[in-house]
Structure formats: structure tokens, C-alpha cells
Design a protein around this ligand. Structure first.
Ligand code: C2E
Ligand code: MG
Ligand code: MG
Ligand code: MG
Length: 285
């Protein structure tokens, strides 16, 4: 009797798992096709200097508009890309697309100072990454500081033997590195001494709570002081309102990005945004 129940339950779970696994597999296949078929897009979010309202650059964020399923969020497709080994390809695609877009903007006189591209730890396992980046810069007539590579703390905890070498080689090219989601990982502050990062991105979870929670604003202040003393640019992520904006100015943060300034935009809409932004600077108020 018990056996029959268990058997029934077992087959119930296995069916459910089966369908989850199948959905996952289908999505993985669709992701591979989308990547190779050119269906992915990059959207661009402006980053603004708090001191003088100059445009610092834009962050490129991958978007997957799926014909049947609608927009699939990075929160959904990045983990699948990581697990299926497609994340390396996604990062390289984003690098090329960003370089193409920047060169196109330059050619047409649209002043985007630089583009930040998110890379996975996996991209740094690839000893050919530095050459890949260097070739792109050449092909699109860009200089190393036209790009910034965003890495997360997982890159630093990575035990893959190629990682240190790849990071050093990218740094040797003169391409700046940014530490994304700073403060959320597990690693110690010690690596900031060893790693050639030029930028710290204060994680949006801190920015979200900094106005309503004094302990959090003490933390954001501490991160900004660390950035200041190590001469790193601190970029606050996820700035959504004027209170956060003003507190970040008060704490001396360098750069901010978030919905308060703009959502991530298509390339065309970013152009419009930049025109308005420049016009606003010429005629303030
Ligand atoms: P991230 O690099 O930390 O990017 C910031 C995320 O915050 C983006 O989410 C952005 O749309 C969102 N954001 C910006 N301003 C605000 C705001 O004011 N409020 C809130 N609540 N959110 C804001 P998104 O585009 O969904 O991307 C999520 C993550 O996916 C990224 O986090 C990044 O880790 C990853 N990702 C995106 N594109 C790529 C890519 O091309 N390659 C890799 N490896 N990862 C990517
Ligand atoms: Mg990022
Ligand atoms: Mg981030
Ligand atoms: Mg984040």
C-alpha cells in the first residue's frame, strides 16, 4: 500500500521535474538560437557625474525580446546562459555590439564618452579575451578607455588558473575594469589592493535603503570613502528618487545611474535622451 503511494508520488514529482527540465531545455535552445540569430539587443543606461552633470558613460544591458514569450528578463536568461555555457558567447556578442554602436555614434557626432559591458567570470577563463577585445578596438577605431568591463566579485573568488592572467592582460591593454554590485559578494576588501579596478559600483540594494536606514547610509558613506582614498570612481546603481540623489551628492559619490535619470534605453532612444540632456545643459532651468 505505502509502496504504491510512494510510487505514485515519485512519478508525480518526476513528471513535474521533467516538465520544468523540458521548459528549461527549450529556453536554452531558444537562447542559443537567439544569440546566433542576432535576436538579442543591448539597451543603454546613462551614468551621470553628480558634481557637474557631465555624462560619464552608458552601461550596456542585454535584452531578449522573444517573439512568443515577450521580453525575457536578464534575471531569467543570465542563469540559463551561465549554466549552459552560453554566457561566454553572450559576453563576447555584447562586447562587439557595444563597440559597433559606439563607433556608429562617434561617426554621427553623438557624444557618448564610453560604454560599460557586463562580463561573466566565465569570460575571464578565456585566455583569448584580451586579444578579442584588442581586435574589436582596432576594428572599430576605439581607444581602450572607450570601454569599461564590469566584473563581479565572483570573478575574484574564481579559482580558474586563467583568470588572473586574463585580468592582467585586459588591464595591460588599458581597458578599465569596474567592480559591479560592490558590497554584496563574499570576498574581502583585500582584493581591491591587488586588482586593477578603476571603478566601484555601489550595489543598488544599498542605494534603495540608504535614505530610510541610517546603518545603510553609514555603509554607502564608507564605500564612498574607500573609493575616494583608493582614487576609484564610485558609481551608485539604482538611483530612483531625489532623496537618494541628494544624499549621494552629500556623501560625495562621483557618478550615479538609475531610473531617476533614465531607464535603460534602445540605441535610438538613447540618442534622443542625449540630445535633450545636452540641450538642458545649454539652457539650464
Ligand atoms: P547589473 O549589471 O548590476 O545591472 C543593473 C541592473 O539594474 C539592470 O537590470 C538595470 O536595468 C537595473 N536598474 C537600473 N536602474 C535601476 C533603478 O533605478 N531601479 C531598479 N530597481 N533597477 C535599476 P537588468 O538589465 O535586468 O540586468 C540584470 C543583471 O543581468 C545585470 O545587473 C547584470 O549582472 C546582468 N546582465 C545584463 N546584461 C548582461 C550581459 O550582457 N552580460 C552579462 N554577463 N550579464 C548581463
Ligand atoms: Mg553591471
Ligand atoms: Mg550592478
Ligand atoms: Mg545588480
Amino acid at each position: 500500500q505505502a509502496k504504491a503511494v510512494n510510487r505514485g508520488r515519485f512519478s508525480f514529482f518526476s513528471e513535474e521535474m521533467n516538465s520544468m527540465a523540458q521548459e528549461r531545455l527549450a529556453l536554452e535552445g531558444a537562447l542559443r538560437d537567439a544569440l546566433r540569430g542576432g535576436d538579442f539587443e543591448l539597451h543603454y543606461q546613462p551614468q551621470i557625474h553628480l558634481r557637474d552633470h557631465r555624462l560619464h558613460g552608458v552601461e550596456a544591458l542585454a535584452r531578449w525580446p522573444h517573439p512568443q514569450l515577450g521580453n525575457i528578463s536578464p534575471g531569467r536568461f543570465i542563469p540559463i546562459a551561465e549554466e549552459s555555457g552560453l554566457i561566454g558567447e553572450l559576453g563576447k556578442w555584447a562586447l562587439e555590439e557595444a563597440c559597433f554602436q559606439l563607433s556608429d555614434w562617434r561617426r554621427r557626432g553623438i557624444k557618448v564618452p564610453s560604454i560599460s559591458v557586463n562580463l561573466s567570470a566565465t569570460n575571464f577563463h578565456d585566455l583569448e579575451l584580451p586579444q578579442f577585445v584588442s581586435d574589436l578596438l582596432q576594428r572599430y577605431s576605439l581607444s581602450p578607455t572607450d570601454l569599461t568591463l564590469e566584473i563581479t566579485e565572483t570573478v575574484l573568488m574564481d579559482t580558474n588558473p586563467s583568470t588572473n592572467q586574463t585580468i592582467a592582460a585586459v588591464h595591460a591593454l588599458g581597458v578599465p575594469l569596474a567592480m559591479d554590485d560592490f558590497g554584496t559578494g563574499y570576498s574581502s576588501l583585500g582584493y581591491l589592493r591587488k586588482l586593477p579596478v578603476g571603478e566601484l559600483k555601489l550595489d543598488q540594494s544599498f542605494v534603495r535603503d540608504m535614505v530610510k536606514d541610517e546603518a545603510v547610509s553609514a555603509l554607502t558613506n564608507a564605500v564612498i570613502r574607500i573609493g575616494e582614498s583608493l582614487k576609484l570612481i564610485v558609481v551608485a546603481e539604482g538611483v530612483e528618487d531625489a532623496d537618494q540623489y541628494e544624499l549621494l551628492i552629500k556623501q560625495g559619490c562621483d557618478v550615479a545611474q538609475g531610473y531617476y535619470f533614465s531607464r535603460p534605453l534602445t540605441a535610438d532612444n538613447l540618442e534622443i535622451w542625449i540630445r535633450d540632456f545636452m540641450a538642458g545643459k545649454e539652457n539650464p532651468g
